[in-house]
Write a protein that binds this ligand. Structure first.
Ligand code: SF4
Length: 446
């Protein structure tokens, strides 16, 4: 198939004529210029500014104008997803930064406090900076992670922002401009070199930030080389992205949208599987006509869209929201893939849901949909030893326990091993759990 042919297929008779839209974004510096925020009190806007000085803030006009219901703030889930709220910092952290700002402290002393607060927020959960970093000839390779045998994560440097930022993002440290906290590859030569040396790798996950903020020609430069015979062992290319939510124009009306879809088709035509790992948190993200058109166009290339996202207080911590989201995804041809547990970093205290409650929501949502929408795994913790799924509460020999399963493991032998923890209604992460039946450690601690 030629490239022109592929483009012709992706823009068919049903593609509406969508005018290219200007991408306009607001960051912490322009927060006060967002017209809709004028309806808030001065104090509320100050609170937002304090939080936005610590956690990353970036939101574009499409999100502001099309996704947020401004009649329903602050409860609106998309407002909570993108706009800083006072509770996202613990009171002592909030006060430390707020008092500096109120006193008109100079930038250097303000930055010092901000950095101290950030350091307190576990900026790199699950040992991201120290572990999983591969080496070539004893040299560390920047911008790659290799945690699970068959999958390599690639962080291209031009994909380390997003069209908007999520307030709960577990990669928030990537976005605050501190080089020590950043993972990014300057070029893809090292990825290729690493893959040549690792024939056991079948999956490459291009991730960020959001790699689809990149121009298509840059993304093409990273991916096209992987389509050659030399990389025949790479069977699946995954792209982690929230562009279907935050900027669906990327697939419809941006000037290189057609070329992006052509690239997707070429990957499929080369015999590889292309999976767009779409990040969704609420069914509202699937409502706008342009979001649906973007999904239709991606699917027309043969790429598969798999949906994943965490369970979050203030945004989606009820079964009906998940059931409706999964059902809508299935109707649009998206495969529900994961319900995650909010990770132990950043504003976790604001968004966290106890593990047992998370499982109850998951189960309740599953019961509301048909089998075809029950493909989402979860609730799942991406922890240091691996991905741990909460399977439920059971009673064994009179002891109430939490049944868990390792669905992905640092050691391939661990995959699919069930294990048990003491029942604990407060636990929100793996390190809060104790082994059941009096054991002194979990099998992966041994
Ligand atoms: S789109 Fe993904 S990487 Fe970007 S801010 Fe949201 S959660 Fe983080």
């Amino acid at each position: 198939m030629t490239r022109q042919n592929i483009v012709a297929i992706s823009r068919d008779d049903t593609t509406p004529n969508v005018e290219p839209q200007r991408f306009k974004v607001y960051t912490a510096r322009q927060l006060q210029q967002i017209p809709q925020l004028a309806q808030l009190s001065e104090e509320q806007r100050f609170d937002m500014q304090v939080v936005a000085s610590v956690l990353p803030f970036r939101v574009n006009e499409y999100v502001i104008n099309e996704l947020i219901d401004w009649q329903n703030i602050p409860a609106d889930p998309i407002f909570q997803l993108t706009f800083p709220q006072r509770g996202m910092l613990k009171p002592e952290h909030f006060e430390r930064v707020a008092s500096k700002m109120r006193d008109g402290a100079d930038q250097a002393s303000l930055n010092q406090v901000i950095n101290e607060v950030r350091a307190d927020l576990n900026p790199h959960p699950a040992g991201q900076l120290e572990h999983n970093i591969p080496q070539i000839d004893g040299e560390t390779v920047q911008g790659l992670q290799h945690k699970y045998r068959e999958t390599v994560l690639f962080f291209p440097s031009s994909g380390q922002v997003c069209h908007s930022y999520c307030t709960f993002c577990f990669r928030w440290a990537q976005f605050v401009g501190d080089k020590d906290l950043k993972i990014a590859a300057r070029e893809s030569g090292q990825l290729q070199e690493y893959l040549r040396a690792h024939p056991e790798v079948t999956d490459v996950l291009v991730t960020g930030g959001d790699p689809l903020v990149m121009k298509t020609k840059n993304l093409r430069a990273h991916l096209e080389p992987l389509l050659t015979e030399e990389f025949a062992h790479v069977r699946t290319i995954r792209i982690g992205s929230k562009a279907l939510t935050f900027w669906p124009q990327r697939f419809v009306s941006d000037e290189d949208a057609d070329d992006l879809l052509a690239l997707f088709s070429e990957i499929q035509a080369a015999g590889k599987h292309l999976a767009l790992m779409a990040h969704y948190n609420h069914w509202r993200e699937l409502e706008p006509a342009i979001a649906r058109e973007a999904i239709r166009r991606v699917r027309a290339t043969g790429a598969q869209i798999r949906a994943q996202g965490p369970l979050l207080a203030h945004i989606n911590d009820d079964a009906a929201t998940w059931a409706r989201m999964w059902q809508t995804q299935v109707e649009l041809g998206i495969i529900p893939y994961y319900m995650f547990v909010e990770r132990d970093t950043g504003a976790q205290h604001y968004f966290e849901v106890p593990l047992i409650k998370a499982w109850e929501i998951y189960r309740d949502a599953m019961q509301q949909v048909s089998g075809i929408a029950r493909t989402a795994r979860g609730p799942s913790m991406s922890s240091h030893p691996g991905k741990v799924e909460i399977q439920g509460v059971a009673e064994i020999n009179g002891e109430k326990v939490l049944a868990l399963r390792m669905i992905q493991g640092r050691n391939p032998d661990w995959v699919q091993r069930p294990f048990f923890a003491e029942y604990n209604e407060q636990a929100t992460w793996l390190n809060h759990l104790k082994p059941a039946f009096g054991a002194d450690k979990f099998f992966f601690d041994a």
